[in-house]
Design a protein around this ligand. Structure first.
Ligand code: CA
Length: 511
């Protein structure tokens, strides 16, 4: 077998005989994880469905049903061996995904065997769930048999019988007969946090260990499968919606964890609606995955943070592709109108400005790139120029040796930030109030230097572009303090029952 992906094509042949003829040429093409074709998708959905249904038929675990499937296959044509190999490679991911009640369509999209091509419909065999992404991106629904139980809704009948809003608080206090949700959360003004963002908001991160020969070991790739299923993003430790303790050991928490600490009734109410490459221009294509019921749900704080792609692209001449202030104005107004017709009354929207990206070149260009660490032969200037030559740079305009271009890009970013500021101060909406905050990377750098750090330590080392986990959490800290100081009503009150909630409900069912 030439590649792992071909193995996946072979395994279901016994199920999909008609596929045999058309699949053969495809296996010469070596379909890669980034360019799956219809055959890989069909094969994946078929195999995962059979695994899922075998588990159902025999009332067994997913793991046992994969074993069972392989044991049924004949030795001939390496079918059995291939099957065990497939289990070894993808089994843990399939088990994990199926255990979170995703169906075969979702599993295969998540594992990138299925892909939606631009301009084509999303192909799916089973009825489509609300989102293809898992709980790393938004708070987990907590009751499979009740679609009306989800994070962020106002409790149904004070959650006497079940946890309708998934915050881990439900039932009745036996001492006085009062429902806990009423006792602990009534009047506490619960709210969720929703991020409309790009790869920075999703926390794009490629571990340097994956490309650094001197640091590579058996342990290096443990996190790779999870990262791939999230398009190399780590929303679970991101600045806005992260819910896990930081990997970097920094003590600052995400906006979500702070909102949760302020009011434990907010538990699980987070949504990270971010995409790699997102900007004001393409947000309309995925804003519909924002889920908030205007009548049933609590208000939300929505952070609009498209911090780069309106000025960043990989074109030879990036300038004509940049968003103009006029275009940004109309894009944002369209987004705000959409939000006004979808957010519950009493919500808040914060527009984040764009950074001045000249710090990338200024702090990195003469430092060694990870692939240059061993032989001291590749700097970020070399790396940037290689990306620009290939026209695959995430931001030719700032990751460039051309100072005029870098300056011009910062000027445009400033104009766009000013447009956002102007909109925030002049426009009024019925269902939310509107604010603007600078994306203040310079201030964050100063704070980091005060702690003895260096500015380059705030940038993702492998891509040389994204703010890293520490930078994202410091930015979140800055935004939080600004809200506390200038717009405290956005955050709501501290809930006096937090300690009691913890006492009765522990970790409230986790995340
Ligand atoms: Ca509840």
């Amino acid at each position: 077998m030439k590649s792992a992906w071909n193995i996946f094509l072979v395994a279901p042949l016994f199920l999909l005989l008609p596929l045999r003829a058309s699949a053969s040429p495809a296996s010469d093409d070596q379909p890669s994880i980034r360019s799956p074709n219809g055959h890989t998708c069909l094969a994946c959905v078929a195999v995962v469905s059979v695994i899922e249904q075998l588990a159902q038929v025999h009332n067994s675990t997913v793991e046992a049903s994969m074993e069972r499937l392989c044991s049924y296959l004949p030795e001939k044509l390496f079918l059995k061996t291939t099957c065990y190999l497939v289990i070894e490679m993808f089994g843990p991911d399939i088990i994990k995904l199926l255990s979170t009640d995703m169906n075969a369509d979702v599993v295969c999209h998540t594992l990138e065997f299925c892909k939606q091509d631009p301009g084509r419909p999303l192909c799916h065999l089973y009825p489509l769930p609300k989102t293809l992404r898992g709980y790393h991106w938004r708070g987990r629904d907590c009751n499979d048999s009740n679609k009306m139980a989800y994070p962020g809704r106002r409790p149904d009948n004070w959650d006497v019988h079940e946890d309708s809003n998934c915050n881990g608080i439900w039932g009745v206090d036996p001492k006085d007969g009062i429902p806990y949700e009423k006792k602990f959360c009534e009047g506490s003004q619960p709210r969720g946090i929703i991020l409309l963002g790009d790869s920075a908001g999703a926390h794009f991160h490629i571990s340097p260990e994956w490309i650094t020969a001197s640091q590579m070991s058996l342990k290096s790739f443990i996190s790779l499968p999870t990262a791939l299923t999230n398009e190399l993003n780590w929303p679970q430790i991101s600045g806005t919606t992260g819910f896990l303790d930081s990997f970097s050991g920094i003590k600052e928490n995400s906006i979500y964890l702070r909102l949760r600490k302020r009011n434990r009734c907010n538990h699980r109410d987070y949504q990270n609606i971010s995409r790699n490459g997102a900007s004001s221009k393409n947000l309309e294509r995925f804003i519909e995955s924002l889920s908030r019921n205007q009548l049933l749900d609590h208000p939300a704080i929505v952070l609009y943070a498209m911090v780069g792609n309106d000025v960043c692209n990989g074109k030879v001449d990036p300038v004509p592709e940049m968003t103009t202030p006029e275009k940004l104005y109309s894009n944002i107004m369209q987004t705000l109108k959409y939000l006004n017709s979808h957010l519950p009354n009493g919500s808040h929207v914060i527009l984040y400005g764009l950074p001045d990206g000249t710090f990338l070149w200024n702090n990195l260009h003469d430092r060694y790139y990870p692939l240059g660490w061993l032989n001291k032969d590749v700097t970020y200037a070399h790396f940037y120029s290689f990306l620009n030559c290939l026209q695959v740079s995430p931001c030719h305009s700032w990751m460039s040796s051309n100072k005029t271009l870098r300056t011009l890009t910062s000027e445009r970013a400033k104009q766009l930030s000013n447009t956002l500021k102007k909109i925030a101060s002049s426009q009024k909406f019925t269902n939310f109030d509107l604010f603007y905050a600078d994306f203040d990377f310079q201030e964050v750098t100063k704070e980091w230097q005060k702690r003895g750090g260096q500015p380059w330590q705030l940038i993702e080392p492998v891509d040389g572009f994204h703010p890293n986990e520490v930078a994202l959490l410091l930015l979140a800290d800055r935004l939080w303090k600004k809200m506390e100081l200038q717009w405290p009503h956005v955050l709501g009150k501290e809930n006096p029952f937090n300690a009691q909630i913890e006492q009765v409900f522990g970790d409230q069912g986790g995340h």
